[in-house]
Ligand binder design. Structure first.
Ligand code: GLA
Length: 729
């Protein structure tokens, strides 16, 4: 009789049911979903099921008997972690060369366990070993029950006589069954991040990857969605939403096998990265975070948001300061008098903080443009003769806070740092340097460089304890990857770079746990949940044209909550100040404008909008986000945020098509309301002197609003409308 593995998260009831069934299954359960692993007679661990939880747990074991698919000749197609060189001939999760030169690996079940971390989180682990070689992989599943989220990764280890070469080392090997699979993936470049494409996956392998080293998401992030049976819909259908928690090179293979099932292998990109694993060394892969929903990508995204705020994003449950940034208004051209005015403007505008952007440093090679000075983090004596301390004091005098921009992983070819430490720079020793944005990358695999980067930040905070914000940029990708420090271990470079960076960020956060930091990478070139453990927010794009931002923010929002999205009102775009501000309010509001050039009315509008935003923070930053009308499908984009009790909310509506007569012809259906309750709807964020065309405090039932909808009267002369909705008696 097959034996049982007492391995799951919650209910003792489930355990007893399975015991009575005598099945060797490992159910990994969240509130609504189940990932069920099975151990076969020959000890192969396979995925028996991934989808919506069944009511009768004893029925998981019956699932596969209802499939009449092609034969699985190898018996390992559904392996929970597939190896290479033995029976598996599909894309492997892991591929190795043993110490004796042999390339085969076979992984068999040894043991498994579940550790209850707290009332919501459990950690399931499954140990697999090769019966021939002393080599093991332990699979880990951190289960967030309420959020329906799983983080999955593994630790690879061996005890062979010498090093084993890891050629591939994925974090996950998911396995899904469905009639068809649709992949929603993203591509882009600077200024046009998160452009979606959705296509059916055909047989064979589709790979999403990055080989850029730093700014790894420039052309493509690791975030993806797979919809089963039909293209993804906002509120219906089975969707798996995932993202690799890693800031470096990633690789995600989607393989539709000959049985028509989908294998998803996600992990660090093995490109140019064979890893020499020493005996007993632990190689830990970064987690893939994923959630599954049978209520479309909308619900999947809300689950991801809750998980991110509760567990991942730094200070995810906290608030966020509003700010005034000087990048668009001054670029590199500023001095103390100008900065003094900007600090005073910060106060006048009514935001919390002044953020001084690029250009404040470098003396031998002053940072007056983007080709000099990176690495020389001393205040430029011309622009800031009295130093950052002066700025901090100015802000203090105005009762606002201050922060600065820094790009500590980078170096300009024209810098004192490069002159002093050429061996700290990533470049091929015998080849001509090649630049991205006129700069090079520091070798974060080198502990001396790590110390330098930590010291730069540490000294800023120790010297200027009033400094309250950091914008951490990363503008360059890595060309000519080579580390002087790593000598003959060049194939470890991409991995060691991130070990080094995370090491520094760990140290920074140990010493400065709460100071808000913005994750920027020339826009959204580095947005992932590994980095967001250290950062409170990310900069989605340097493209701040509000029309573009509606689209960019829309697609980021499937993966990252509004609290993490830094949205600034700038001079970009042809739209009104109101339109620009309304768009920036769908996240963490900031400004990058010349405040003293605003008309009296414009200034008043901004001040009022900031007041509104401050009042709406609990709803926008912590609430549930519902996408009501997709800008890619309609002339009007509409997004709604409801507070956690769903009694109070805000709805943003924008015209995204300027053709003749376009607007909200039809009412837009609201979501997440209680059909038995009544709600009042009022337009807010009105520009001074312009009255709303909507009656104040319209009282309508949740039933009506969700079945018929509401018309915000969007049209060419009312292209942006913000509505406040409140439950009433
Ligand atoms: C990058 C950032 C911008 C700005 C500039 C400064 O492009 O994305 O926001 O900080 O660098 O050089």
């Amino acid at each position: 009789m097959r034996q049982i593995l007492p391995l799951f998260f919650c209910l003792g009831l489930i355990l007893s049911t399975l015991l009575s069934l005598g099945q060797r299954v490992i159910p990994i359960l969240t509130k609504n979903n189940a990932l069920v692993l099975e151990v076969s007679r020959d000890s192969t661990v396979t995925t028996a099921y991934l989808g919506i939880k069944l009511s009768n747990v004893d029925e998981y074991a019956k699932i596969n008997s209802f499939y009449r698919q092609a034969k699985d000749y190898s018996g390992v197609l559904a392996a929970a972690y597939s190896s290479s060189g033995s029976r598996n001939l599909t894309e492997p999760a892991i591929s190795v060369t043993h110490e004796d030169g042999n390339n085969s690996l076979d992984l068999k079940y040894v043991s498994s366990s579940t550790q209850r971390i707290d009332g919501n989180i459990s950690l399931v682990s499954v140990l697999l070993k090769d019966p021939v070689y002393d080599f093991q992989v332990e699979l880990f599943y951190r289960v967030y029950f309420e959020e329906d989220v799983i983080e999955q990764w593994c630790i690879i280890q061996h005890n062979e006589k010498g090093n084993v070469i890891l050629h591939k080392y994925a974090s996950t090997n998911l396995y899904l069954k469905g009639d068809k699979f649709y992949l929603r993936q993203y591509h882009g470049d600077k200024m046009r991040e998160m452009q979606p494409e959705e296509n059916i996956l055909t047989h064979g392998i589709k790979t999403l990857d990055s080989k850029l080293g730093t700014r790894a998401d420039l052309f493509m992030p690791s975030a993806f969605m797979v919809s089963l049976d039909r293209p993804s819909a906002e509120d219906e259908g089975n969707v798996l939403l995932g993202a690799l928690e890693y800031s470096g090179n990633f690789r995600i293979d989607f393989e539709v096998d000959h049985q028509d099932n989908l294998r998803i292998l996600a992990g660090i990109n093995n490109y140019a990265s064979d890893y020499q694993l020493k005996p007993e060394e632990k190689f830990e892969t970064p987690p893939l975070v994923y959630t599954f929903s049978d209520m479309g990508k909308g619900e999947a995204s809300r689950r991801m948001h809750r998980w991110a705020r509760n567990y991942k994003l730094l200070d995810g449950k906290g608030s966020r300061p509003t700010l005034l940034n000087n990048w668009e208004s001054t670029y590199f051209d500023f001095n103390e008098p100008k900065l003094g005015e900007l600090v005073a403007d910060t106060k006048k505008l009514g935001v919390d903080l002044f953020l001084l952007d690029d250009g404040w440093f470098g003396n031998k090679y002053p940072r007056n443009g983007d080709s000099t000075g990176l690495g020389d983090w001393q205040e430029n004596k011309q622009k800031l003769p009295h130093g950052i301390g002066w700025l901090v004091q100015q802000a203090k005098d105005q009762q606002v806070k201050s922060g600065i921009w820094i790009e500590p992983e980078m170096v300009s070819p024209k810098s004192e740092l490069y002159e002093q430490h050429p061996d700290w720079v990533v470049k091929q020793p015998l080849r001509q340097e090649y630049y991205y944005r006129n700069q090079l990358v520091l070798d974060m695999s080198n502990p001396q460089v790590q110390d330098f980067v930590f010291k730069v930040i540490d000294e800023l905070f120790t010297k200027y304890p009033g400094l309250a914000f950091i914008k951490w940029d990363c503008n360059s990708i890595i060309y000519n990857a080579y580390s002087v420090y790593l000598k003959d271990r060049q194939s470890h470079f991409y991995i060691e770079y991130y070990r080094g960076l995370y090491n520094v960020l760990d140290k920074i956060r140990k010493k400065y746990p709460t100071i808000p930091m913005m994750l920027c990478s020339g826009g959204g070139g580095r947005v992932d949940y590994a980095a967001l453990q250290y950062f409170t927010e990310y900069w989605p794009s340097d493209n701040t044209d509000p029309l573009e931002r509606i689209f960019i923010q829309w697609d980021y929002s499937y993966f990252y909550p509004a609290i993490a999205s830094s949205n600034h009102v700038t001079g970009w775009g042809k739209q009104s100040l109101k339109f620009r501000t309304d768009v920036a309010m769908m996240g963490k509001l900031g400004f990058d404008l010349i405040v003293n050039k605003l008309s009296k009315k414009d200034l008043e509008f901004c001040q009022e909008a900031i007041n509104n935003f401050n009042a709406l923070k609990p709803i926008i930053l912590q609430g549930d986000q519902y996408r009501l009308s997709d800008p890619r499908e309609n002339a009007v984009a509409s997004v709604m945020y409801l507070d956690s009790s769903h009694q109070s909310g805000v709805i943003f509506n924008y015209l995204v098509n300027n053709r003749y007569g376009q607007g909200s012809k039809l009412p837009i259906k609201l979501k997440g309301l209680d059909t038995t309750q009544y709600y009042s709807i009022t337009e807010i964020n009105l520009y001074s002197g312009i009255a709303s065309t909507l009656p104040k405090n319209q009282r309508l039932s949740g039933d009506f609003l969700m079945k018929v909808g509401f018309n915000s009267d969007i049209r060419a002369d009312r292209p942006s409308v913000v509505l406040r909705i409140e439950q009433v008696q």
